[in-house]
Structure formats: C-alpha cells, structure tokens
Design a protein around this ligand. Structure first.
Ligand SMILES: [Zn+2]
Length: 153
C-alpha cells in the first residue's frame, strides 16, 4: 500500500502538487490537481473484449536522466540512499540512470511515485482516454453561462 506523500496516511491515488505527481490520501487529494484514484479504487467498468491483452508499457525517452535529475534536484538523495529506499542495488540504479538497462515495470512505478516523475507510458491507456474524450461532447455541453463563470475565476 502506498502512503500519502504529504501526511503518511494510506494513499488512494495520485495527484499533482506543485507540479509533481505524488501519492495522496483522501484528505490531501483535495489540495492536488488532476487527482486520479489508483486502479483498484476505480469503479469497475466492463472492458471491451478486444482489450484483453496486457497494456503495452513503454519507458519514456530519457528515463535515466529523468530519474537522476529528480533524485538529485528534487530529493537531494545520493544514489546509494535512493537505491536503498527503492530496495534495489546501487549498480542497478546506476544502470537505469545511465540507461544501460530498463527497470522492471514495478520498480519503474516505485521510482515514479518516489520522485514524482513519469517513466512509463501505457499505449493502450492513452487510446482508451482518447476514445472516451471523443465520446463526450465536451464543447457542446458548455453553455455561455459556464464560459462566463470560468472567465470570472
Ligand atoms: Zn495525506
């Protein structure tokens, strides 16, 4: 179970706080942007049969530099200390940072949450999001009143 990066309670999802994606509990989620529940807390949706295959996950370009930059600049952690936190060996972490090797998906996830960065992109997830976006007539549902309300903010 992930814990909330702000208060340490059990986290229920991730959101952006000051530009960093972190795990958050129910209470702290209120102070975040683009909050998303963890998969296991999302309402179950019937999945179309053709989407049974595992989502294809890809590491983002420059993942090694991203890890190193966030570790040093955001967390001010030595490679040794961060490797310990992630329960991996220092040579492993070095290999990921130098992009000689790719972290396993669960390790990549752990690093993402710890550093508040995005390392893994799910291709299928993106497709699903795009389809959902298409099915919602977003612009049509906006009334003039809504637009005026937004402008006043
Ligand atoms: Zn919290």
């Amino acid at each position: 179970m992930e814990s909330c990066h702000i208060c340490g309670n059990d986290a229920i999802g991730t959101g952006y706080v000051e530009g960093a994606k972190i795990a958050l509990c129910e209470r702290c989620a209120e102070h975040s942007k683009r909050f998303q529940l963890f998969e296991q807390y999302r309402p179950q949706q019937p999945k179309p049969a053709q989407r049974k295959e595992k989502p294809e996950q890809e590491l983002v370009a420059g993942f090694g530099r991203k890890i190193m930059k966030a570790r040093v600049e955001t967390k001010s952690l030595s490679r040794e200390d961060f490797a310990k936190q992630m329960l991996i060996s220092e040579p492993d972490l070095r290999a990921y940072e130098e992009e000689r090797r790719k972290p396993l998906p669960d390790v990549a996830k752990k690093i993402e949450y710890a550093l508040g960065i995005t390392l893994v992109e799910s291709k299928i997830a993106e497709e699903v999001e795009q389809q959902q976006a298409k099915s919602v007539p977003f612009k049509k549902e906006f009334t003039l009143g809504d637009i005026i309300k937004i402008k006043k903010k």
